[in-house]
Ligand binder design. Structure first.
Ligand SMILES: NC(=O)c1ccc[n+]([C@@H]2O[C@H](COP(=O)([O-])OP(=O)(O)OC[C@H]3O[C@@H](n4cnc5c(N)ncnc54)[C@H](O)[C@@H]3O)[C@@H](O)[C@H]2O)c1
Length: 265
């Protein structure tokens, strides 16, 4: 290798270049998914929003359009493989390829473990874990054909340690961390990387909804964060750009914590 090949001229300036890549963002109609979708569009990514919330998608879409981005919305339930498959065909018709998948559709419910309602347990595992698995499988198959792609699963600090009243959620996110590793292991030799983002408690509609039920969980988490405030959805955009881009070419199977220091101690 000659000296000029070590870091060829212009190399670093292309690392984060996502112009004209295509990203599918599940849960793009609200909160973290909406922020990541808007952030991606700002750096030239063509964005496909997937959500069951059509009003939410319209809001995200109008923000992206007003900022000069390229976006289309697709009503889709990520817990249905049939729905995901038909939606993926529509996305291919519109955008021809899928370079990035962000799995942000998810939910939470707080209850003591001894009384956790079975229907809520099923709902959370089905959406957070199975929905992430199925979307990864459907769009992962497209990426495997392309021999290139990056999947980003929105996990949580709750995938790594426990906090009160969230047993089903913690189990689902622990599962997401493990499925991130397993997909990464199976697909990493075929050009598809699979990573996660692990946010701390964020200022999103989901948190606001949960906080009306109890603040025991939020107080427990906030007491372990280093700054005296919740994370902002836009504060995940940098990690999403890094993981979606060639800058993270050697990063595979990891969940990058965006946790304001929550996991330090
Ligand atoms: N908010 C937080 O503090 C926080 C922290 C860590 C991780 N997370 C995770 O981030 C992700 C996004 O959370 P958020 O705070 O943006 O929540 P949110 O409620 O604001 O947004 C979730 C979106 O998912 C959509 N959705 C729900 N069910 C769906 C389905 N079956 N198919 C397609 N879309 C569906 C909803 O309509 C909504 O638009 C979730 O996986 C959540 O667990 C959130």
């Amino acid at each position: 290798m000659s000296d000029s090949d070590v870091v060829p001229a212009g190399y670093a300036s292309t690392l984060f270049d996502l112009r004209d890549r295509v990203a599918v963002v599940t849960g793009g109609g609200s909160g973290l998914g909406a922020a990541i979708a808007i952030g991606y569009a700002q750096v030239g990514v063509k964005v496909a929003l997937l959500d069951v919330n059509t009003d939410g998608m319209s809001e995200t879409e109008s923000i992206i359009n007003s900022q000069g981005g390229n976006v289309k919305s697709f009503k889709c339930d990520v817990t249905s493989k049939e729905d995901l498959t038909s939606t993926s065909l529509k996305i291919l018709e519109s955008f021809s390829r899928v370079d990035i998948l962000v799995n942000s559709a998810g939910t939470a419910f707080r209850s003591p473990a001894e009384d956790f309602p079975e229907d809520k347990l099923d709902f959370i595992l089905n959406l957070n874990l199975k929905g992430t698995y199925l979307a990864g499988q459907v769009f992962g198959n497209i990426m495997l054909k392309q021999q290139k792609g990056s999947i980003i699963n929105i996990a949580s600090i709750g995938g790594f340690n426990a906090y009160p009243l969230a047993s089903a959620y913690l189990a689902s996110k622990g599962g997401v961390v493990q499925l991130t590793k397993s997909f990464a292991l199976e697909w990493g030799t075929r050009g598809v990387r699979v990573n996660g983002i692990g946010p701390t408690l964020m200022d999103s509609p989901l948190t606001k909804k949960a906080a009306t039920t109890t603040s025991i969980t939020a107080d427990f988490i906030k007491g372990r964060m280093l700054r005296d405030r919740l994370g902002l959805p836009r504060e995940l955009v940098g990690a999403a750009i890094f993981l979606g881009s060639d800058a993270s070419v050697l990063v595979n199977g990891h969940t990058i914590m965006c946790d304001d220091g929550y996991l330090i101690a």
